[in-house]
Design a binder for this molecule. Structure first.
Ligand code: ADP
Ligand code: MG
Length: 707
């Protein structure tokens, strides 16, 4: 180990960027474990762990200019500290900045504060200034900037970087001060040619600094403007490599001649069109043409179909599937839940009654014999249309002649899953469908490898949905409304949240709600459906509901996506404050599917957080899914927006898909141009770029085997 340490110490030696952080001076196994938790394994990871924000000293309030009630960030040196005994013990640190003094107080976390905030330590502190025998901040947010013994290293200049830091990191002394201590000597050892991978012309066109400059200025900037410029460069890199991966994905998808080229629509589709109980909307017609056009061309379709909940995507997919079948191939429809697979199975069977096609539904809950039996028919080509959950493509079974794969509700399938699907042997046409409307530039980030079709028009004569929220004291009124609704022959959904961690509790709530409703509405038929039921039971309940044998359906969020019962006129969502905005919108999309007015009642339990209130109000005010998605994005931030449902978003650590949106088009242009010019990144001047791409994306995209 000593050898390693010597090596890091020797100034001018080449820095080994792949070296595990554990062997850096001052790290060791314990801190390395803490680092590993946050994804920092190597020296390079450490260098790429950027400050969370920067404090500009010129924006820091001098202590003699504080007034009560102002929110302030201050910097000062602790001149005295200790525990003050009293009715309530508290820890006080008095800081000075040479102009004045301020008292910082802790009523809890005293031990930890005491350990850190001894005399001589310089800290930054933020909070609202209070007054009680002089000015003070209670429980400020604080950062230790330097200790007495590290002034030269910790000389921070005009701008103070503040690193992300949790309790665990602080305890391990990996707070801002600890980070700077570690990073500074490493930065000093980066040579001018060590890291740069972007071709010079790209950098020049976009006015970007070098990686070396960017890293140095991200950690130790002279000015906030420098820090911003640095961050921009590093953010660009992330977006650029993402687009590069999308460019490869698209190339991989389109470059091959597909196994199965479709004919012009013929008899089967005409027969189907005659059966349709409605006319396609203009938007549906347009996207259908785009899709069938792709399918008749010799390169594989790779297309995204975007359309709000209820815009009628299913029928478009069905047309595409029938075109495949008519041209002699098999078509598969992959959906995220078993309920949905079963429902689509029924709908298709009904719509295709007169067409004598063979349809199979494959879900995880079939018995092994049933499964073998169905797969045998798929493998022989006897079955033409297959519907299923991702069991469809994950069980290593094969289709005799798969011509089209449709992926419904795409937000649960990410780039790499798409890649897997495409990576398998013969190349089918691929259509992915999503109800999450997102701005175009963002779509380029998430689905930049796909062509995009948008249904921007809702089917006519659809009912309207009114959304209201009510609290517990209106429950009786709400029940009366359910009574009226059901007596008019319309159906009601009552939905309970099902959040993973408290699954058992939530299930209990749904069960209890079911019992209560059963007693309250003794004359009505009340049903219950949730994910823990066996597929057959669940299926039976849903069929009863679709056949209107059930008046009130109590459920968990299993009905969230795609379930379609036109006579459901009311949806009550219990504990609506616990749902996300887009999720509420999806849920609400289950009603208003037939004509007339439908009502969505959001029941609020307890006192909702401010954020929850904003969500509820947004949902009551808007029905346009596009607007809802925007608000959701604003409220939650993209990390969470995409993190929870949109597993597709590759990790962007530095770039921010909203804030840095302006960089997406140039990143895309550069990446796509590069792949056009030098597909394998084989040119000598692209060697480093290729290395860096493989470092970042090699695992996910190894099936590309570039070069
Ligand atoms: P989504 O886009 O959310 O998947 P669906 O495909 O489930 O929407 O369609 C919603 C409802 O609208 C379904 O009941 C469907 O039969 C109906 N529908 C679809 N297209 C039309 C149309 N052109 N005219 C009338 N109703 C339509
Ligand atoms: Mg749908």
């Amino acid at each position: 180990m000593a050898g390693f340490e010597d090596k890091t110490q020797s100034a001018g030696g080449t820095l080994d960027f792949a070296q595990p952080v554990q062997y850096l001076k001052g790290v060791g196994p314990k801190k390395a474990a803490v680092f590993a938790e946050i994804g920092v394994e190597t020296v390079l990871d450490l260098l790429y762990r950027l400050p969370r924000k920067y404090l500009d000293r010129s924006h820091i309030a001098p202590l003699n200019q504080l007034v009560p009630d102002m929110p302030a960030t201050v910097v000062g040196r602790v001149v005295s500290s200790g525990i003050l005994k009293g009715r309530k013990n508290r820890f006080e640190a008095v800081i000075s900045d040479g102009n004045g003094f301020l008292s910082l107080l802790w009523f809890s976390g005293i031990r930890w504060a005491k350990k850190n905030l001894h005399k001589g330590v310089t800290i930054s502190a933020s909070g609202r200034v209070g007054e009680y025998h002089g000015l003070q901040i209670v429980h400020p947010e604080y950062e230790i900037l330097e200790d007495e013994d590290d002034d030269d290293l910790m000389h921070t200049g005009r701008v103070i970087p503040v690193y992300p830091s949790g309790e665990e990191l602080r305890r391990s002394y990996l707070d801002s001060r600890g980070m700077r201590r570690l990073v500074k000597p490493l930065l000093d050892r980066i040579g001018p040619d060590d890291l740069e991978f972007l071709p010079e012309d790209v950098r020049e066109r976009l006015g970007l600094p070098t990686v070396e400059w960017a890293l140095k200025n991200a950690h130790f900037p002279e000015t906030v403007a420098d820090a911003d410029c640095a961050r921009r460069r590093l953010a660009f890199d992330e977006l650029f490599f993402l687009q590069l991966s999308l460019a490869y994905s698209q190339r991989g998808a389109k470059s091959q001649t597909k196994s199965h080229r479709c004919n012009k629509p013929g008899k089967l589709l005409r027969a189907f069109a005659e059966e349709l109980p409605f006319k396609l909307t203009n938007a549906q017609r347009r996207v259908t043409n785009e899709i069938t056009g792709d399918m008749q061309s010799s390169s594989p379709m790779y297309r995204l179909l975007q359309g709000d909940v209820g815009s009628g995507k299913t029928i478009v997919a069905l047309i595409a599937m029938l075109l495949t079948v008519e041209s002699g191939g098999q078509a598969a429809l992959m959906v995220p839940t078993e309920i949905l697979a079963e429902q689509h199975g029924r709908t298709l069977a009904k719509l295709l009654r007169t067409l004598s096609l063979k349809i199979a539904v494959i879900t995880g809950s079939l018995t092994p014999t049933e499964k073998d039996d169905i797969w045998a028919q798929v493998e022989s080509g006897e079955v033409q249309l297959v519907i299923g959950t991702h069991a469809l493509f994950s069980e290593g079974r094969h289709f005799a002649k798969l011509g089209l794969a449709v992926i419904d509700e795409q937000h649960r399938f990410g780039v790499s899953q798409r890649a897997q699907l495409l990576g398998k042997g013969r190349r089918p046409d691929v259509l992915v469908m999503t109800a999450t409307p997102i701005p175009r530039t963002l779509a380029l980030t998430l689905y930049g490898d796909l062509d995009i079709s948008v249904i921007d028009e809702m089917p006519p004569q659809k009912g309207t949905i009114q959304t209201v929220w009510r609290t517990e004291d209106a429950r009786e009124k709400m029940y009366e409304y359910i009574e009226q609704t059901t007596s008019r022959g319309r159906q009601v959904y009552v939905v309970y949240p099902l959040v993973d961690e408290s699954e058992k509790l939530d299930l209990k709530a749904a069960n209890a709600g079911f019992e209560e409703l059963r007693q309250r509405f003794a004359e009505r038929k009340v049903g219950l459906v949730h994910g823990r039921l066996k597929a057959a039971e669940r299926n039976a309940v849903m069929v009863e509901f679709f056949e209107k044998k059930i008046d009130i359906l109590v459920s968990t969020t299993v009905i969230e996506v795609g379930v379609d019962a036109p006579d459901a006129g009311v949806m009550v969502i219990e504990n609506a404050e616990r749902f996300g905005l887009s999720q509420l919108h999806q849920l609400r999309g289950r009603i208003g599917r037939g004509p007339g007015k439908s009502v969505c009642v959001l029941m609020i339990g307890g006192k909702p957080s401010e954020l929850a209130r904003e969500r509820i109000e947004a949902l009551c005010a808007h029905t346009d899914g596009f607007r809802i998605a925007e608000i959701d994005l604003e409220l939650r931030g993209p990390g969470e927006f995409f993190g929870t449902r949109q597993h597709g978003l590759p990790e962007l650590k530095i770039a921010h898909p909203i804030r840095d949106v302006a960089m997406i088009p140039p990143a895309r242009d550069e990446a796509f141009r590069l792949i056009e010019d030098d597909p394998g990144l084989q040119r000598k001047d692209h060697r480093k770029l290729r290395q860096e791409f493989l470092r970042r994306y090699g695992e996910r995209f190894n099936w590309f085997k570039i070069g």
